[in-house]
Design a protein around this ligand. Structure first.
Ligand code: PLP
Length: 357
């Protein structure tokens, strides 16, 4: 297998893939694959419950929160959040730190007045707006932000303290470090980065925020409907749920999120350290807010981009192209990307620099 730096769907732990391979046609002797089981069978219900509990354990989620395993991607949450959390209010606060914030804002505008309380767009999304300068409104239903911008590689190094429910799109940094879930009203994340395969979206929502969906909200867009049905109002993404459960077990075997966070920190420091020391590569993000998960970088001479990607592919370092909206390069170094993959990338970057600088 090659080293895979894809931003998503992203690398999965090899151990998990091999276990899934072993179990694929006949799960624990029951005679069929998890893919072929009824979601209401006792076998699948046990898989789902165990995965949910492991996820709760990893993030130390209290009984005050529901954990939902949904479909529709993080993009559906851009609508589900306002549809469920506005209640009687007519506005919500949003922070704009990049392309994913902008998409969340655009969608929320269909349902309410959006106050963009802070934006780093003028800085070309290379930083996080200073919290002291945020223009928070008094009557917002909630505040939404994106703790890690996958495209720009910008990550908050703090959790904002606000008086309204805090809502976070944790798609690209959930499970990368311990998190105090109690600070949030709602957290959501598409699975295809640090959780498991695409097709699953996890929502962690404080129970007192349920039951306020707009009357016109489709049932499938009502958190309460999913909470009451144990995320089985309809057929859930069973295989993705199972595979994510294997990832949670793998994370526990690593020593939990504290241990994982230390490895992530080391990986990121190595890669940024090399980029900063070189004149050939650069990263535009203010160092304090550099993402530990997504490391964008550009070559001093962009004419060499195609060559860089071709040579990287030949060296079995996959998916290093930056997002199509920004170009350049991006190395996504999620939990499942091992430290030796980062070492191999740095070695490759050094030899490319030597040959072409
Ligand atoms: N939010 C963030 C931060 C993302 O990185 C992504 C996808 O990369 C999305 C939302 C959209 O997720 P999905 O494709 O699951 O709808």
């Amino acid at each position: 297998r090659a080293f895979n730096f894809c931003a998503g769907p992203a690398a999965l732990p090899e151990e998990v893939l091999f276990q899934a391979q072993e179990e694929i046609a006949n799960w624990k002797g029951v005679g069929c694959s998890v893919m072929e089981m009824s979601h209401r069978s006792k076998e699948f219900v046990s898989i789902a419950e165990e995965a949910t509990q492991d996820f709760r354990d990893l993030l130390a989620i209290s009984d005050d929160y529901e954990v939902l395993f949904l479909q529709g991607g993080a993009s559906s949450q851009f609508s589900m959040v306002p549809l469920n959390l506005l209640g009687d209010k007519t506005s919500a606060d949003y922070v704009n730190t990049g392309q994913w914030s902008k998409k969340a804002i655009a969608e929320a505008k269909r349902y309410c007045d959006v106050n963009v309380v802070a934006s780093s767009e003028e800085q070309n999304f290379s930083t996080v707006p200073d919290f002291g300068q945020w223009n928070l409104s008094k009557d917002a239903a909630y505040l939404h932000y994106t703790p890690n911008e996958t495209i720009g590689g910008v990550e908050f190094d703090y959790i904002p303290e606000v008086d309204v429910p805090l809502v976070a799109d944790y798609s690209s940094s959930i499970l990368s470090e311990p998190l105090d879930v109690n600070k949030f009203g709602l957290i959501y994340a598409g699975a295809q980065k640090n959780i498991g395969p695409a097709g699953l979206t996890i929502v962690v929502v404080r129970k007192d925020l349920l039951g306020k969906a707009k009357s016109f909200a489709p049932a499938m867009f009502d958190y309460q409907v999913h909470a009451k049905a144990g995320s089985m109002n309809n057929t859930p993404p069973t295989y993705a749920w199972y595979l994510s459960g294997l990832v949670f077990k793998w994370l526990k075997r690593q020593g939990g999120l504290k241990a994982v966070a230390e490895i992530n920190q080391r990986k990121a420091e190595k890669l940024y350290g090399y980029i900063d020391a070189s004149d050939f590569y650069s990263n535009p993000v203010e160092p304090r807010y550099r993402s530990r998960m997504n490391v964008p970088f550009v070559l001093a001479n962009s004419d060499l981009d195609a060559k860089f990607l071709q040579k990287a592919d030949e060296a079995r370092l996959l998916n290093l192209a930056g997002h199509r909206s920004v170009g350049g390069m991006r190395a996504s170094i999620y939990n499942a990307v091992p430290e030796r993959a980062v070492d191999a990338l740095i070695e490759f970057m050094k030899s490319f620099e030597k040959e072409y600088a």
